[in-house]
Design a protein. Structure first.
Length: 590
């Protein structure tokens, strides 16, 4: 029997770190291919992750009073910008934070310019810190950083072998706000709006803000315009929300008429904005060339697609996470995928030394409550993956894990599709903070692609329990000053293991034993082959692991969780499950 030294509890964290360092020190004997079906995605809200440049914290007058002074405590408010930016992400990439986690792609919230002003919430100002209330798709939001800082972030990630997935929204722009309407000369708000806007934040409310709205003013034609959007605000000349998923106004947001097949002109406010910024002619010339070169009509959706795929062409974005996918016609997503793929090839031709490889552009859709099933989003919308809403709910009961893994792996291999599973997100909830070790195990050994929500690996707490908005509670600042080192060590070991083994996410799943739960994953592509065995058991047990058919007698194998090794004898090895009940068997030298 393999002898495993027992250590006191106080040393366990050091054992985990030592195992991680051993794992990191080992290099694969062959180059590990990148496979989207095994990708480990790290999803972060740029504004809440890391502040790398404090000089951009109050861009466009956000968080300032009428005299231009910072409102005391504004960065601690739930709905305000908190200072996270591209520079902060770049610093963490450079420091190796994501590499240590085994991350192969970073999903950032939409980076483009957001509405400048706030919307009134009960007792506080609600800004577009999250990136889902677009004002102008053509340039970065100044709170997040400059074009140069965005480029540096993407280039730094690529230099580390990490891809960037950009969140995109085709369904809606941002709300109108008092500040934006005043700045760009559209719409109408009644006299006294400035006193309200710059008044006591605790007195704010949606009803009070709406009382200043002059919806019948013809000046609303100078906003997006009725050819571009429908609105639930009763604005003069605008269509109201329709019925059906693609005609709704979600959360009363303006709804882009992505189904509109007629040619439209640029919105008046964008002409005004770009004129103020001295770039109207440049933007118009780019649009003219795009529509001519691609033989596309000047429809609403094609303007959007041009603006979004420019981020791919200019910076080398590797994939899109597509927000509210069920609320946009599938043909629109198909066109976006085609144009983004072409844009990535243009970037690669211009930047051959920066291109990681020739892996196709990746799209993952957010279809609320979608599970593990191949449907028209894959076939007609050309999505490579859909977010798996069912995973988090199923693994709340840890005993269901064997059934979940078997079902997922069998379904995806049989019909050749992929899903992106998660345990926490910015919309649906955060996994129980006291159970993140088990949650991390379930997630990082899952078939298909996986998504770590920022702070799951550090036990980031929820916030603002009094907030009426669930999403705000899930979007606290990254807890750099209170990291749970035990949870972080666990995520790092599993993440590194997954990054070395395409078999984990993309391989065939073979259940070996139900209790303790022992399974193998095997993967082959051309001349490359990979195989692993994982054990999920009770803690601190000496587990006899059957490995026949995966590893041969005499093979030296390693438990990647703690770095111990053993030689296969009689088709078995014995390893200690450790304090977290996990054994990760790989060929020694991996």
């Amino acid at each position: 029997m393999l002898k495993v030294k027992k250590f006191p509890a106080a040393c366990i964290a050091w054992i985990l770190i030592a195992g991680l360092l051993t794992s990191c020190a080992q290099k694969p004997k062959s180059i590990v291919p990148f496979v989207w079906n095994n990708v480990s995605v790290y999803f972060l809200l740029t504004d809440r992750f890391n502040n790398g440049n404090k000089e951009n914290d109050y861009s466009y007058g956000r968080g300032l009073d009428a005299k231009g002074n910072v409102i005391p405590g504004i960065q601690e408010e739930a709905g305000s910008f908190h200072g996270g930016d591209f520079a902060g992400i770049t610093k963490k990439i450079s420091d190796g934070y994501f590499t240590d986690l085994g991350i192969s792609a970073i999903w950032i919230t939409p980076p483009y310019e957001q509405i400048h002003g706030y919307r009134s919430a009960p007792g506080f100002a609600f800004y577009a810190y999250h990136g889902y209330w677009a004002l102008d798709f053509t340039q970065p939001d100044a709170n997040y950083g400059t074009e140069k800082e965005f480029k540096e972030m993407v280039d730094t990630a690529h230099a580390k072998g990490i891809r960037i997935i950009m969140d995109v929204v085709l369904n809606h722009p941002g709300y109108s706000t008092m500040l934006d309407a005043s700045e760009y000369g559209f719409g109408e708000y009644k006299a006294g709006w400035e006193d309200y806007y710059y008044g006591d934040p605790s007195a704010l409310s949606p009803d009070k803000e709406n009382s200043y709205l002059d919806a019948v003013s013809p000046n609303w034609q100078n906003w997006w315009g009725p050819d571009w959007i429908r609105s639930s605000a009763g604005l003069a000349g605008y269509d109201a929300a329709g019925t059906g998923d693609t005609l709704l106004t979600l959360s009363d947001l303006p709804d882009f008429k992505t189904e509109n097949q007629k040619a439209v002109q640029l919105p008046v406010f964008l002409v005004s904005k770009w004129t103020q910024e001295g770039r109207l002619q440049e933007e118009q010339a780019e649009l003219d060339a795009y529509f001519k070169d691609n033989n596309l009509p000047r429809t609403v959706i094609n303007y959007e697609i041009k603006w979004l795929t420019d981020w791919v062409k200019d910076y080398g974005i590797d994939g899109f996470r597509c927000d509210t996918a069920k609320h946009v016609d599938l043909t629109c997503w198909q066109t976006l995928k085609e144009q983004a793929s072409a844009a990535l090839e243009v970037w690669r031709e211009k930047n051959p030394k920066k291109a990681l490889d020739d892996t196709p552009f990746w799209t993952v859709g957010e279809v609320w409550d979608h599970g593990v099933v191949k449907d028209s989003y894959y076939t007609d919308g050309s999505f490579d993956a859909i977010i798996n809403f069912s995973f988090r709910k199923n693994v709340m009961n840890f005993s269901l894990l064997p059934k979940v893994y078997t079902f997922m792996a069998d379904a995806m291999r049989k019909e050749d599709f992929n899903v992106l599973s998660y345990i926490s997100s910015h919309d649906t909830g955060m996994f129980t903070r006291s159970n993140l070790i088990k949650g991390g195990t379930a997630l990082l050994l899952s078939p298909g692609s996986v998504q770590i929500y920022y702070g799951d690996e550090t036990s980031r707490p929820t916030a603002w329990p009094q907030s009426p908005y669930m999403d705000l509670k899930l979007r606290s600042d990254m807890n750099w000053d209170s990291v749970n080192e035990d949870v972080l060590a666990h995520f790092r070991i599993l993440g590194q293991f997954r990054s070395r083994h395409p078999a984990v996410g993309a391989g065939e799943n073979v259940e070996i034993l139900a209790k303790p739960y022992i399974f193998a994953r095997t993967y082959e592509s051309g001349t490359y082959a990979d195989r692993i065995i994982a054990v999920i058991a009770d803690p601190n047990q000496m587990v006899e692991v059957p490995v026949a058919g995966i590893f041969e007698n005499g093979n030296k194998v390693r438990n990647a969780y703690d770095g111990t090794t053993a030689s296969v004898k009689d088709g078995k090895v014995i390893f200690d499950s450790g304090i977290n009940g996990v054994i990760l068997v790989e060929a020694d030298g991996k």
